[in-house]
Design a protein around this ligand. Structure first.
Ligand code: ADP
Ligand code: MG
Length: 694
């Protein structure tokens, strides 16, 4: 249970005095649901409003606060003319000017002869001083802050509003035990948590806002440390479950290798050994296999599954889409048949009798290898002796989901495969709970993909060239034509794909097809099969084909609005071509207005075809926060750790967490106890539970 000392931080925003449901919703959207989230909503600016004590203190065009006496009101005849209040400050004329005003309000609130404090940007003119729309007009000096903190704001939630909400909490912050290593803290001069929070919310100048300011650094470090510690707890937990040791005889894998028309690359051999070693050990395997598109992960997965079959143990391969599951099934069933192994298929589309028969064959053990979508493990699917689960293309799975998977199937060896490599420096953040294998070599004989970038305005030229290529090429040439569909539900995107399809029909008539995510399964299959059989020259697709599809004669990839994709997405799409032995091309089309980052991204795509390099570039262009955010579908993004400092902190925090856990694996020492509080603070309750579960 969460320690009571944290309760004030976990009070919900909507329960605060003066926060109605509407405002509450807006603040939740901006910061998050609890007061801790508001604390983590860090200022982005500060306005200094020094008190003006002499006329000579005024620096024209800067903010200041001063006392004025009202002399006259200059009431305009119509609304288009500003309302002016003439005042006096230091025996000198000063004019307050209002464009949006309530006449009667100004008249009654600020009667002639009254003295009050005003604050705003002060300008010197030939006629005296003036302030356009004063920010504050108050009876007392102390109603105007000397340093006004600016927070990221949205319509309806101003900085003042956030400040107001935070003030009571900032004055009653709990004292939390120190969870930092004291030598580390001293060396970097990091303030205590409470001081750090106070400091970040009371900046005095621009340098107080820098991510490298000790107070900000401390909070960022806390956040990252909590994350890394949580990952390592999960990892330790994974290791605690005894795994089912799986040692194959080597007979069937040898037979399979004989059937293959190629030799495994040395990277494939190396990775396979890593996997088999894990499977053989009495600890359960939790391994990530990173390998670029086309690096040949499937065959490695298959050899691992066949190894399990040799030991009489069942395995399951989960793919993210029906299309991919079917494609895996077709290939794997064909390869396994001569080995005498039975392969089953189970997706949401297997229904009725067919489904029941798969389920009973699984339970009886007749099926050796099951292939399906990830509904596999969430349903009441019962295996006889499942020992190996492989998840393909699963870069969208967060740590939480992996953890729940692990807890559901204790003892089962887990291999996760991703074609979206992530930079080494981030691997620990995202996959700190797993061991990592890298398939960093492509099968030989692959033709490089030539990538070009062109504006959409040249599209008809491109279509003509494409037609000519398809008609005159001696061997079959097919093309994918991608229209981005960022959200499945966005009607305008879907329409763009349909429109492009109709446009292309004018040139390619019935040799162009359309496939998108809102089509029904069998409909998708039929289009895909037409394309695979060569009945279609061009396949217009939304991003449904992004993952895994393998058609060797498809050698041209056109991507519209390429600027809307990240590098990882573009690389995935491009990986759909270049699978055969003929040269392939990728054409990136972009709209008229390109941001600097988008331009760089497209240039990088033209320069390299290596997913690992692209991942590093993506990190440079986008920063870790955004990269992780996008990849982890929100499961992992840092609130306080600014992207510019994340990399360094990650390494230190990971080392720190490793050291702590090796000395105090149950977190019972004084520092361990404090770290528990840190974990609760960052809502790592689930991960902390693993300490008990073990
Ligand atoms: P990915 O890693 O993207 O999932 P696949 O497993 O689909 O890649 O492999 C891509 C293609 O490369 C497949 O057609 C596969 O048969 C082939 N392949 C795999 N390994 C090799 C190899 N060592 N030599 C030649 N071709 C290979
Ligand atoms: Mg694959």
């Amino acid at each position: 249970m969460r320690p009571a000392v944290l309760n004030p931080l976990f009070a919900s925003v909507t329960a605060q005095p003066g926060i109605g449901p509407k405002l509450g919703k807006l603040i939740e959207r901006l910061c998050g649901p609890t007061m801790a989230d508001v604390l983590w909503h860090l200022p982005t600016g500060v306005i200094h409003r020094p008190e003006i004590r002499h006329l000579s203190d005024v620096i024209s065009g800067t903010y200041g606060t001063l006392s004025v006496t009202i002399i006259t009101h200059q009431i305009p005849a119509n609304k288009r003319v500003p309302y002016r209040i003439q005042c006096q400050a230091f025996d000198h004329p000063l004019e307050l000017i209002f464009f949006n005003y309530h006449k009667s309000y100004l008249q009654t609130k600020y009667p002639i002869g009254k003295t009050l404090w005003v604050s705003g940007k002060i300008d010197r003119t030939a006629f005296g001083l003036k302030i356009l729309h004063p920010d504050y007009m108050a009876e007392n000096r102390n109603q105007i802050p000397e340093f006004e903190v600016i927070y990221p704001q949205i319509q309806g939630v101003t900085s003042k509003r956030i400040r107001h909400l935070l003030t009571p909490l900032l004055t009653t912050l709990p004292e939390l035990p120190e969870w930092l290593d004291s030598a580390f803290q001293a060396k970097h001069r990091l303030p205590f948590w409470k001081n750090a929070i106070e400091q970040v919310h009371s900046p005095k100048n621009q340098s107080d806002l820098l991510p490298t300011h000790p107070a900000r650094l401390r909070l960022a470090y806390d956040e990252i440390l909590a994350n890394q510690l949580a990952l390592l707890l999960v990892r330790a937990q994974n290791k605690k479950y005894a795994g089912l040791p799986i040692r194959g005889t080597g007979n069937l894998t040898a037979k399979l290798r004989e059937q293959l028309p190629f030799q495994l690359t040395s990277a494939q051999e190396r990775v396979l050994i890593e996997i088999q070693r894990d499977m053989d050990s009495s600890e359960r395997m939790t391994r990530l296999l990173q390998g670029d598109v086309g690096s040949g992960k499937t065959i490695v997965a298959l050899l691992a599954m066949i190894t399990a079959s040799e030991a009489g143990i069942q395995s399951a391969l989960m793919a993210p889409t029906d299309i991919l599951a079917r494609q895996h099934f077709d290939k794997i069933a064909r390869l396994c048949q001569p080995l005498g192994l039975t392969v089953g298929l189970l997706t949401g589309r297997e229904k009725g009798k067919q489904r029941l028969s798969v389920l009973s064959d699984l339970e009886s053990g007749k099926i050796n290898i099951l292939i399906g979508t990830h509904a596999l493990l969430t349903e009441t699917v019962r295996f006889k002796n499942l020992g190996l689960v492989i998840i393909d293309e699963q870069h969208k799975f967060g740590v939480r989901q992996r953890l729940s998977l692990v807890q559901k199937e204790k003892g089962v060896n887990l291999l996760v495969m991703t074609a979206t490599p992530i930079p080494r420096s981030l691997a620990l953040t995202v996959y700190g709970d797993m061991d990592v294998s890298r398939l960093d070599e492509k099968p030989s004989g692959r033709q490089p993909i030539e990538t070009s970038v062109m504006p959409t305005s040249k599209i008809s030229e491109l279509v003509n060239r494409l037609k000519k290529r398809i008609e005159t090429s001696p061997s079959r040439v097919q093309a994918y034509w991608i229209c981005p569909l960022v959200e499945e539900s966005r009607a305008s995107d879907l329409m763009a794909a349909q429109k492009r399809f109709q446009e292309l029909q004018k040139t390619f008539s019935d040799r162009v097809g359309l496939i998108h995510g809102q089509m029904k399964g069998p409909e998708k299959d039929s289009v895909m099969n037409h394309f695979i059989r060569g009945d279609l020259d061009v396949l217009v697709a939304t991003t449904v084909i992004e993952v895994g599809v393998d058609v060797k004669t498809a050698t041209i990839m056109v991507i519209e609005q390429a600027e809307r994709f990240g590098l990882a997405g573009l690389h995935q799409l491009r990986g759909r071509v270049g699978r055969g032995s003929t040269a392939s091309q990728c054409i990136l089309l972009h709209g008229p207005r390109l941001t600097e980052t988008a331009r760089k991204r497209l240039a990088v795509m033209r320069e390299t075809d290596d997913g690992f390099i692209l991942a590093e570039e993506d990190l440079k262009l986008r920063g870790a926060g955004e990269l992780l955010g996008a990849r982890q579908s929100g499961a992992l993004s840092f609130k306080m750790a600014d992207p510019t400092i994340q990399n360094d902190l990650l390494w230190t925090a990971t080392k720190d967490a490793q050291t702590v856990l090796s000395l105090d694996p149950t977190l019972t020492s004084p520092r361990g106890q404090a770290l528990r509080i840190l974990l609760y603070l960052f809502r790592k309750d689930t991960e902390l539970q693993t300490l008990k579960a073990g």
